[in-house]
Design a protein around this ligand. Structure first.
Ligand code: BGC
Length: 468
């Protein structure tokens, strides 16, 4: 396993941090709506159905953004696509803030979603391609960390703007500010990305070998490592095909796509976003009926999500991807069962049970943040051969958003049809089922170069073994 040269670390982490700002925006946009929707509903006098449209317009836009990014990041480069997404983030956030009607707001949320989809497609891809292999898992987990920080910042700013902020003599309820303020980090990201180099792997793919070499020099790789990186990239470029023809002709590539799609379906059907979008409502079910309690409870969920992501960052390149995944899914399965069981017993008038349910909920968040949250993004950026990586990441990222929308749009109906407790029991059962998927299909990719993973895949090795 190659090591990052000591002097390279600073610049490598600057690059990682800046690209990961895309994750911050992704998180801000995921987190912001839970606190804003109630005020939007009051202001525009909307039905629940219209609110659902406003919430999910962003998720639908993200599907389109992820799909468009496959083309954009292939033709214009990874860096330029991130830059382009930053512009849409700025314009989209401001458009949401000034929307005069629900229709404009739906359109603006869809537009903003395009940026979210673009960022969620391109940033992990860029990070995987530019990171030296010894820190690759950690760098992509840093992206996930930024998502979680974005979510908690949105929860916290919502709580403040909803209840405390005095703007122009009006205290609280400032949903326009909640949505508009995201333009500021978006502008910061735009400026930061101007300083980022293009992905060396993309440069080689487009025949700009000299420029790729210059990027590695800028990253201060030593001579031997630089040669090794370039040779490995060029080796993998011998399979010169576009993603689509690779998809049609190569069943090994199709297997990798199936794995990536499966992983993202699993990430979403853990049920994590049920808590991200509906935490206040779930606190209500647990007997915390005061709005302020619910909002602070939501902040606690967000903080737990951030802190537990450090577990993955610390261990993903040491223990490997799979042991952490197993541990995470056992924790998620058990805690979902616990939440479901407490809700089925009934927490009304039993504060000990209500607190136990919240403890189980927080344990679930820990399980997700230490495993599926970061590591599924890591794996999805590692398993595709270079010539088809754009298409592969498009398929898995697109799936992430479609599955995300399904979870977001079915939760309230599930509560209604299955009952509060059973809904969580069902998610618990799914999490247990997913452990089998890991046993049979998921490779360990710790410390293995992307080129080696690619060679193993294309040689027809079972998916579980492409990392060896
Ligand atoms: C998922 C998001 C989720 C977030 C929570 C990400 O990895 O893709 O859907 O909201 O983690 O931290």
């Amino acid at each position: 396993m190659s090591q990052v040269p000591r002097k390279a670390k600073g610049i490598v982490y600057f690059i990682g941090f800046t690209a990961a700002l895309a994750g911050l925006l992704f998180g801000l946009d995921i987190g912001v709506i839970s606190g804003a929707e109630g005020f939007i509903q009051k202001d525009f006098k909307l039905s629940n159905a219209v609110i659902e449209f406003i919430v999910s317009a962003l998720l639908v836009g993200a599907v389109f953004g992820a799909l468009a990014s496959a083309y954009l990041s292939n033709h214009f480069g990874r860096r330029n696509t991130i830059l382009f997404s930053a512009v849409i983030f700025v314009v989209g956030s401001l458009a949401c803030a000034v929307a005069p009607s629900e229709h404009v707001l739906i359109g603006a949320r869809f537009f903003l979603g395009i940026a979210v989809g673009m960022a969620s497609f391109t940033a992990p891809l860029y990070l995987a391609e530019i990171s030296p292999e010894a820190v690759r898992g950690g760098m992509i987990s840093m992206y996930q960390l930024m998502i979680t920080i974005g979510i908690v910042l949105a929860f916290a700013s919502n709580t403040w703007l909803a209840s405390y902020a005095n703007i122009g003599g009006v205290v609280g309820g400032h949903w326009r500010v909640m949505l508009g303020v995201i333009a500021i980090p978006a502008a910061v990201m735009f400026l930061g990305v101007l300083f980022l180099p293009e992905s060396p792997r993309w440069l080689c793919l487009k025949g700009f070998r000299d420029r790729a070499e210059a990027v590695f020099r800028k990253m201060k790789l030593d001579e031997a490592e630089l040669r090794a990186e370039l040779a490995a990239i060029e080796d993998s470029l011998k399979v010169r095909q576009s993603g689509l023809s690779l998809f049609l002709e190569n069943s090994n590539f199709r297997r990798a796509i199936a794995l990536g799609v499966g992983l993202q379906v699993i990430q979403q059907f853990t049920g994590m976003n049920v808590f991200m979008y509906y935490a206040p409502r779930i606190f209500n079910i647990a007997g915390f009926t005061d709005t302020l309690d619910q909002m602070w409870g939501t902040v606690l969920v967000g903080v737990t999500n951030v802190l537990a992501t450090f577990i993955a960052i610390a261990f993903v390149d040491k223990l490997g991807r799979k042991p952490i995944m197993f541990a995470g899914f056992v924790v998620m399965g058990a805690s979902m069962f616990a939440v479901g069981t407490f809700f089925n017993i009934g927490v009304a008038g039993k504060p000990e049970l209500a607190f136990a349910a919240i403890a189980a909920l927080l344990l679930f968040i820990i399980g997700f943040a230490m495993s599926a949250g970061p590591i599924i993004w890591v794996l999805c950026s590692e398993i595709y051969p270079l010539a088809g990586r754009d298409l592969g990441v498009m398929a898995s990222t697109g799936t992430n958003w479609i599955a995300n929308a399904i979870v977001g749009m079915t939760f309230l109906t599930m509560l209604h049809k299955l009952g509060d407790g059973n809904t969580f029991l069902l998610y618990g059962a799914l999490n247990v089922l997913f452990i089998l998927f890991f046993l049979f299909f998921v490779p360990e990719t710790k410390g293995v170069s992307l080129e080696k993973i690619e060679a193993n895949l294309l040689a027809g090795r079972p998916l579980r073994k492409i990392g060896r």
